[in-house]
Design a protein around this ligand. Structure first.
Ligand code: GL7
Length: 832
């Protein structure tokens, strides 16, 4: 071999400072096409990313090859969302070369922070559901599990949020504008996906009735692969995202007619499929394009999974032993009908065999009980867009209901609840029921949520299939959410207990005894203070507001939603503001209220709440009578990158949803792991966080899920009475309703006041207000005692080990997927 190529090969793998520096220069010149003088920060980001990518490719191929040779059982995580964020620090950190890279850049006169900051945030998700998928990818790769992510390569991620005059305005998020150095386009990995057309019945070779889907429109799904670097760089898994491409034949007919522009228009239209992520968090809009997106990526993924399976097998009975398909919510649930179609129509399996295989292969995770989020597609839409699938769904339903009818003799109400078709009003397909029926396991995402699933939406199914529902409490990856986001704290932890916690977070329990160590407490506080300074600088840059680093950083970061009750926090903020003004001589604990979060563009109430927070901030922050003891900031464009700055700096974590409504939450876990104390309701995973950190180290308030249920059922709740009996609540609401924060439009907040009063206060903000204020007071009192506060903060960090997504993924692997780690063989050469 030519010696020059050989040395370049070795260079591509070298992990030392010199080797990195040399390959940066080479990449800059030969791939980015710039010299060091002309290069922008973005050029350097691309350069470094490409050089780092070089260092994972060999190991990536080794991993894939090992799975292939062992014919290992793989798990396929089908998700419409992967909220990945930036990848540069993540890859460097998991490869263990952060310092080497920093030094190499240093020698080139560049700052690592500048290069890292030039990477766009990959926001292919809305919130917790999408971020969970990203944490699971990290955990699967870090534990050597053969796991693939399948999703859509949206050209536009979640919209960019800006505030104009205090109102949310959405801008397109063009993360791919300058190219994506992490992905590999696979133009040869193409699958046809059909829509519309009609179904033809015919007799197969043995005279049986059979069906084919004809006259359909076709789109191609093209693969883009992103390597998923596990911690330590041993295992590199694959995230495969599909992009829509027009077929060639699609255009030809029009060409012959001479209708050239029409052909091009059609091409653009069909490629719109993967253009944009729907920006709704836990609400469905029922748009046809969304249904098409769901089918598009699900069908392509299933075709790819079957192709991989058929490399080693010629019949399908072993599919469940070789492939576990996890449905991340119902978004890919049409996959159950699609696998049936592929097995029955294309591979000529008997229906019953196909059904058994399908059920044994799929499992389904439910992420919310909110009725407005439960997908139910109109029968007429599915009939039109996916005619063969509608037939298959009817067939699944008929067989199921016939079997059940025999047992449930006469209970027609129950049968109609179990039906895949909702017959009330416009007929709709209940995707949750389809997912349940087509899966061998169905799970919720926290203990409380799983119990509520059994009692509410899936009560009838639970009665029919008592072993199917199980719990898998969510988790978060400690690599991104502690090691990378919080270097100050993670280095401190490592000096005391070693670095085992990074891959086995249960080891962080060794910090418990350090809570009583005064020196450790001092160092813990110093790390927090460093993070708070970093956040204060970020706040100043983003909002122009100066905040006191030594105030309580009271943080509520999550999507804007009435059930998450940002309003409760705002009302407390106004009450506190009033108290401070009324009692100027009291020595107040300074408080900085930090909010961040996007509202779905069509969710008017959530957008009004955003405007209210900004209006309250304007008044409070400029009122000299509170002497800077209170500041309110709403940071724009909350995303993974912002979370990595905000979360490590938090003192107090707001997890204040109406009990029973937040399925789990995962921000709650990130904040507690980073040493914030939680103020929260007994909702979602807060219940389990309390069990782990201890009731003394968390501020719990408010009604329980049962109490909420009873109160709503009794119909006797009257917010007017509660308001009348609580002067500080009444005053705060009066200020909002009389325009104290909106002198330019005194009626602006009428809808909010209305919802909290005559509207019946569905989310029970007023009902929980008094107890919330009590818990807030307790937190402020505790903050006056830094030693005691820090002790509790340390106990939070030390007791969060169980909330690692490694634990969660292991439970899925053992109890749902039956997949096992595979050790890739790397030919003993270290990094290759
Ligand atoms: C969610 C839940 O609302 C959230 O509580 C949970 O932590 C997350 C991951 O399981 O899933 N469900 C949902 O539809 N969205 C969520 O974030 C958008």
């Amino acid at each position: 071999m030519d010696a020059r190529f050989k040395s370049r090969d070795i260079e591509r793998r070298s992990l030392d400072v010199d080797g990195l520096k040399r390959s940066f220069l080479e990449w800059l010149v030969y791939s980015v096409g710039k010299d060091a003088r002309a290069a922008t920060r973005r050029d350097w980001f691309h350069t470094v990313a490409l050089a780092v990518r070089d260092r994972v490719v060999d190991r990536w191929m080794d991993t894939t090859r090992s799975y292939y040779h062992e014919d290992a059982k793989r798990v396929y995580y089908l998700s419409l969302e992967f909220l990945i964020g930036r990848l540069l620090t993540n890859s460097l950190s998991n490869l263990g070369i952060v310092d080497e890279c920093r030094q190499a850049l240093d020698r080139l006169g560049l700052s690592m922070e500048d290069v890292v900051d030039a990477e766009p945030d990959a926001a292919l998700g809305n919130g917790g559901l999408g971020r969970l998928a990203a944490c699971f990818l990290d955990s699967m790769a870090s534990q050597g599990l053969p796991g693939y992510g399948y999703g859509i390569r949206y050209e536009f991620g979640l919209f960019e949020q800006r505030f104009e005059n205090g109102w949310q305005v959405e801008y397109p998020e063009q993360w791919l504008q300058f190219g994506n150095p992490w992905e590999f386009a696979r133009p040869e990995v193409l699958y046809p996906v059909q829509f519309y057309g009609r179904v033809e019945e015919f007799r197969d070779s043995v005279g049986e009735r059979a069906y084919r889907w004809v006259d359909a429109d076709r789109v191609l799904a093209m693969a883009y692969d992103t390597p998923v670097v596990g911690f330590g760089g041993e295992t590199i898994n694959t995230l495969r995202l599909w992009s829509a491409r027009a077929t060639r034949d699609f255009n030809f007919g029009h060409f012959n007619d001479g209708a050239y522009m029409k052909a091009v228009e059609q091409k653009i239209l069909s490629e719109n499929l993967s253009r944009v992520l729907y920006p709704n968090d836990a609400t469905e809009t029922g748009k046809e394009l969304r249904l098409k997106q769901e089918y598009f990526f699900t069908s392509a993924s299933l075709q790819d999974i079957l192709r991989r399976y058929l490399q080693h097998h010629s019949t399908f009975e072993n599919l469940p032993n070789k492939a576990a398909i996890q449905l991340n919510d119902t978004h890919p649930a049409i996959g159950i009908a699609e696998l049936m179609r592929l097995l029955v129509d294309q591979h000529a399996l008997r229906w019953d065999d196909a059904w058994e295989i399908t059920r044994a292969t799929f499992a389904y995770t439910n992420h919310t009980l909110l009725p407005e989020a439960l997908e139910a597609w109109p029968v007429r839409m599915i009939e039109r867009v996916l005619p063969r699938h509608m037939q298959i769904i009817y067939e699944i339903n008929a067989k199921f209901l016939n079997r059940t009818k025999a047992k449930a003799a006469g209970d027609n109400a129950k049968l109609s609840r179990l039906s895949l078709i909702d017959e009330r009003g416009e007929r709709r397909v209940r995707m949750g029921n389809l997912a349940f029926l087509g899966s061998h396991k169905v799970n919720g995402v926290s203990a409380l949520h799983t119990d509520l699933m059994k009692q509410t939406v899936f009560a009838d199914f639970h009665e029919e299939f008592p072993d199917r529902i199980n719990n898998k409490t969510n988790g978060i990856t400690p690599r991104r959410w502690l090691k990378q986001a919080n270097p100050a704290l993670s280095e401190l932890i490592t000096t005391r207990i070693g670095e085992g916690w990074i891959s086995d977070l249960s080891q962080i329990a060794a910090l418990r005894e350090k809570a009583d160590d005064v020196v450790f407490r001092e160092e813990f506080r110093r790390a927090k203070r460093k993070n708070k300074k970093r956040l204060a600088a970020y706040i100043a840059r983003q909002t122009g507001e100066e905040v006191l680093v030594d105030s309580i950083f009271d943080v509520q970061v999550k999507r804007m939603h009435e059930y998450k009750r940002q309003l409760l926090n705002v009302l407390h903020t106004i009450a506190l503001y009033n108290e401070m003004r009324d009692n100027p001589t009291v020595s107040w604990v300074p408080v900085t209220k930090v909010f961040a979060g996007k509202a779905a563009p069509s969710y008017h109430m959530a957008k009004l709440i955003i405007k209210l927070i900004n209006d309250v901030a304007k008044v409070v922050n400029h009122d000299p009578s509170v002497h800077d003891n209170l500041k309110v900031v709403l940071l724009p464009n909350y995303n993974v990158t912002a979370a990595e700055i905000i979360i490590p700096a938090a003192d107090l974590s707001e997890q204040i949803s109406t009990a029973g409504m937040e399925a789990s939450g995962t921000g709650n876990m990130k904040l507690a792991l980073n040493g914030a104390l939680t103020i929260g309701t007994l909702d979602g995973a807060n219940v389990e966080i309390r069990e782990h950190v201890g009731a003394d180290n968390i501020f719990i308030f408010g009604m329980t899920a049962d109490e909420v249920n009873d109160l709503r059922a009794s119909g006797g709740f009257n917010p007017r009475e509660v308001i009348a009996s609580n002067p500080s609540l009444k005053r705060a609401l009066d200020m909002i309703s009389t325009g104290a924060f909106s002198p330019d439009d005194r009626n602006r907040y009428h809808p909010i006041v209305q919802a909290l009063t005559d509207g019946g206060d569905h989310f029970l903000v007023t009902a929980d207000f008094a107890d919330y204020c009590r818990a807030q007071d307790a937190a402020m009192q505790l903050y006056r005692d830094p030693e005691e506060w820090t002790r509790k903060a340390i106990l939070n960090t030390a007791n969060m080990g169980w909330f690692s997504s490694d634990r969660t993924v292991n439970e899925y692997a053992g109890e749902i997927w039956d997949v096992h780690p595979v050790k890739p063989s790397h030919d003993g050469e270290g990094f290759r």
